[in-house]
Design a protein around this ligand. Sequence first.
Ligand SMILES: [Zn+2]
Length: 401
Amino acid sequence: MATVLPANPGGTPFSTKNGVNMPPVFLDFTRISENTTNDTLEYVFKAIHDHDDGIWSPHESILIRRMIELFSQRGLDRLAAVKSAILAWEEGVNHHPSEVVHARPGMMARWSADELELVRIYLESLPPDQWTFDDHMMSVDYVVQRYLPPEELTTEAQWLATRAGLMGKVQANLSAPPTMTQADLILAALPSTVAAATQEFKLKALERNTLEYGNVRAVENVVSLTDDIRHKMRSVVMQHVEQKLLGGSPEGRSLEGDLLDNFAILNRDWRRIAVTEAGECQLQGFIANCKPGQKVKRVEQYANACAFCKKIDGKIAEVVPADHPNKDGTTQIWPGKTNIGRSASPRKRVGDQLIERTEDELWWLPAGLAHPHCRGRWVPEIEDEPGDDPEFGEWLRQILA
Ligand SMILES: [Zn+2]
């Protein structure tokens, strides 16, 4: 029969929290499979690295600080509009009494602008006491599509990813970090799409690929958050309507309270995209623009840095091309070096035993962020080093002149 796996084999028997010795926690994995055990360990260890407490503080990197605030604010405004609109439909304040109730438009995954208009007219004309479950769901879909249109959100995500990636190029071609005013001037002058950047600057294939990859990832994250919002709102409204139809219980939660709780989480999810995507794109853009052989220093100095990020703070690494032979993962970084497929958990289950993972299975010093919502940065080890793109350097000087 399997044995209970100790949470910290061979390690200290007690951890401390606020100076108090905490007893070890034993998790009984005996009845679950090896794969599930390892997935759970990975989940637990990744959760330790979320840095969530400092999520609203301004970003440490001047180059991306403003764009993170702008992207966050525009997103939060949209989310606030979704919240108010859902509440307004459910409270019946959008109802416009009319002679005729307009025809119910067909249910579709996505409406065109004209179809969206028909949905609005239909819902406004329908007396609130005649709304069916489907009408309530339709109003949620209307609100989500009205305030979170996929085309606009794609543009938003591309704006963030492209400019943050180009800020990496800016950093590689500036001799010293810019002031906030200079960073604003540069931000305003940068193109917002990869196509426009390719036209304006002579981008190496590696730079263009890095920018494109960052764009795809940012769009993917924003779209997936929108899907999440739609599902959550449908479920919140569904529960609320059900409660109302069943007479409602006096201790039942109000719709407004439920929306507030949900949007507190969704606002953080949006902010996490802003911080993570801008950071990742800037770091990858910087490394893609470093000359081979350049030495760079990792800076992980911000509130709530996790143990892994503290460990890599101050590490100096040499930038090498991705196709460099015999790359050394401990002293070198290269474009595209990530922690994808590597493990945050120091141990894994094999059979009934918990064994230490080897170095090559574990997180290492990545070119980008160590994990979502990390705020790590690279700085050149030697300042004043000329960038690898003199023409871009000249463009920068003109912007700042
Ligand atoms: Zn961390």
